[in-house]
Design a protein around this ligand. Sequence first.
Ligand SMILES: Nc1nc2c(ncn2[C@@H]2O[C@H](COP(=O)(O)OP(=O)(O)OP(=O)(O)O)[C@@H](O)[C@H]2O)c(=O)[nH]1
Length: 304
Amino acid sequence: MSKDGFKSGFVAIVGRPNVGKSTLMNHIVGEKIAIMSNKAQTTRNKIQGIYTTDEEQIVFIDTPGIHKPQNSLGDFMVKSALSALHEADAIWFVVNADEERGRGDDFIIERLKDVKTTPVYLVINKIDLVHPNELLDIIATYQGIEGMEWAEVFPISAKTGANVQELIDNVAGKLEAGPQYFPADQITDHPERFVIGELIREKVLQLTSQEVPHSVAVVIEKIERESDEKIQIQATIVVDRPGQKSIIIGKQGAVIKQIGIRARKDIERLLGDRVNLTTWVKVEERWRDKPQALQSYGYSAEDY
Ligand SMILES: Nc1nc2c(ncn2[C@@H]2O[C@H](COP(=O)(O)OP(=O)(O)OP(=O)(O)O)[C@@H](O)[C@H]2O)c(=O)[nH]1
């Protein structure tokens, strides 16, 4: 649900193995991570954790494609990892204060140089293991790298929590107004389901301007892997008047076709896979008055 003044966005966390990404996630979102990482890996760009307050929601994503040596990657993997980075609102590049900058770090920095539009944070973790006097020298080894500019530099300790809240607050300050993609306390088997619905809903609203009220609901009926590189998604757009249905469908289906094309592009970026999206429009009169309908469309009664 969109709330007035609510902000949301996506933060991609990258860094070579063992720098403490999971520990950082754990510190930020606690137990929820265990639930997230137990989920079958249907997507390549995994949602790692979700941080929600009354004012904002940050969805943390992992882009495994960027961590692997290039020769073992298909073009598609690289592209999808990179497009996820471009689409994120911020990137946290996590390094280890206790170890020298190495090839694994440089490999990722090379990829990050291509990301021009998203702010990249240098997050120096494990500062509890080094003397504060050493910090400036450590930071210096990451500065002045040609073609790489850090939007912010944050020394932290994921283990003790030092400076982590400051890091979160800083990135939250950069987010734009947006919907609460996930319920604050509920992580489902398919955490992407809600976001996918919101992406489709957004396209409906964009393409029908004022003619279709914000109350339109999108139900994701099915998310199924069709092949190694393709996911089948079936969505139903629910409206409460036949007139709205014809607006959404448009002349000879022109509008619904555009909705599908635009939503599919965004969903592909989110999931890092190709998507086959089918959308239906259904009229359910006064669905918002029916508690049962509300529940099946993913809203709880308190939302209205
Ligand atoms: N002292 C200290 N140890 C830390 C800190 N953050 C993480 N560690 C330790 O570093 C090790 C690696 O941490 P992980 O969180 O598993 O690292 P990761 O980056 O998620 O590693 P991969 O899952 O392999 O990518 C663990 O033993 C952590 O306990 C920190 O701030 N200080």
